[in-house]
Design a protein around this ligand. Structure first.
Ligand SMILES: C[S@@+](CC[C@H](N)C(=O)[O-])C[C@H]1O[C@@H](n2cnc3c(N)ncnc32)[C@H](O)[C@@H]1O
Length: 343
């Protein structure tokens, strides 16, 4: 016999079960290999060779990112979490009216819990609309959140940012607070960041808000350590792209013959991440019917992480139909949470 604790019995009688409060729209293409295959083919034909950062996040990659967030060198998650622990109440109070919460690239949504809790202190129910390319991250984070918060309903989108935004644009919403956390904005170059923020602004109404998490420029040694951790988790996260191509596209990458490279390019204000081929070698990718040559020392670009200053964030806001109304920093001033109001 299963004994249900009294608290759970009460919840079960008054609140719909988590499954009835969850809708997941799976918009990752019907044939998910098609995008990966096309982009890998294009990326390996490019000069220099490159992979898109969104392909880091298969099931294993999403888990590896969660491990990165626990690393002593990777201060970003802890700094943003510290800001929310201190200021979530203020952040939420800066948005008037009942809030619908949207999050782009929500991942495990661990830090989002602090924002959800602050909102639920002001209103009795909350609709949360996360968008993430990783279906497994959307599913597991949604179930965990619904177990924790009986007053929460989730309308989730397993989708690329732009597909997710197109769907969000079709749904009438109350006052919206959108989150773009973890310095995800850093992965875009300036043109992509402008395009993304304009697309996001186009699905918001005047007075809606975006909370934009952005990592700040600082001592290059601190930045470089964050992407070159001693345990090698960031290296595993990066090389997992090759492992993913092996698993999903029948690739023959020998991971021992490649290495993770990350450094700060001061003139561009960004961390650049690559995979270096250690030898001259040929790799076959069965499902693409493709053989690719790599020179010894050749770099494949996998990600940039741009570092911001507050003036740069204000400029991004102004050029995309927002006004930066407030900024909160962690105690060591490493990371910024910026409230941009749709103007
Ligand atoms: C660096 S993690 C940050 C996760 C979380 N927001 C945080 O702050 O810890 C990036 C997240 O964005 C998602 N993502 C990356 N590229 C994406 C894209 N093009 N469209 C939708 N989601 C994407 C990944 O699956 C991952 O969950």
């Amino acid at each position: 016999m299963v004994i249900i604790p009294r608290e759970e019995t009460r919840l079960a009688q008054t609140e719909p079960a988590p499954d009835q409060r969850l809708y997941i729209h799976n918009l990752v293409k019907r044939d998910p290999l098609a995008n990966l295959a096309d982009d890998v083919r294009k990326g390996l034909a490019a000069q220099p060779k490159r992979f898109l950062p969104k392909y880091f996040y298969d099931e294993l990659g999403s888990q590896l990112f969660e491990a990165i967030c626990l690393l002593p060198e990777y201060y970003l998650t802890r700094a943003e979490n510290e800001i929310f622990q201190r200021y979530a109440g203020e952040i939420v109070a800066a948005v008037d009216d009942r809030i619908t919460l949207v999050e782009m690239g929500s991942g495990s949504a661990s830090k989002t819990r602090l924002i959800i809790e602050a909102i639920l202190q002001r209103q009795s129910q909350l609709v949360f609309m996360p968008v993430d390319i990783s279906r497994t991250a959307i599913e597991s984070s949604s179930r965990i959140l619904l177990q924790s918060y009986p007053k929460l309903t989730i309308d989730a989108y397993a989708a690329d940012y732009f597909t997710g935004l197109a769907e969000l644009g079709k749904k009438p919403r109350k006052r919206t607070l959108a989150l773009f956390l973890g310095s995800n904005i850093s992965n875009f170059d300036i043109g992509e960041a402008l395009r993304f923020l304009r697309a996001l602004r186009s699905v918001l109404n005047k007075g809606d808000a975006l909370l934009l998490g952005a990592d700040l420029k600082k001592d290059p040694a601190i930045l470089e350590a964050a992407y070159n951790d001693a345990l090698g988790v960031t290296s595993a996260f990066n090389l997992n792209v090759l492992a993913r191509i092996n698993r999903e596209l029948g690739g023959t990458f020998d991971l021992h013959k490649f290495k993770h490279v990350a450094f700060y390019n001061e003139s561009m204000g960004r961390i650049e991440i690559y995979i270096e081929s250690l030898f001259t070698q040929t790799v076959r990718i069965e499902k693409l019917d493709l053989e690719v040559e790599f020179a010894a020392g050749e770099l494949i670009h996998t990600e940039n992480s741009y570092k911001y200053d507050l003036a740069g964030i204000a400029r991004l806001a102004e050029e995309t139909g927002f006004a930066c109304s407030r900024t909160w920093l962690d105690s060591q001033e490493r990371f910024s949470s910026n409230l941009l109001l749709a103007s």
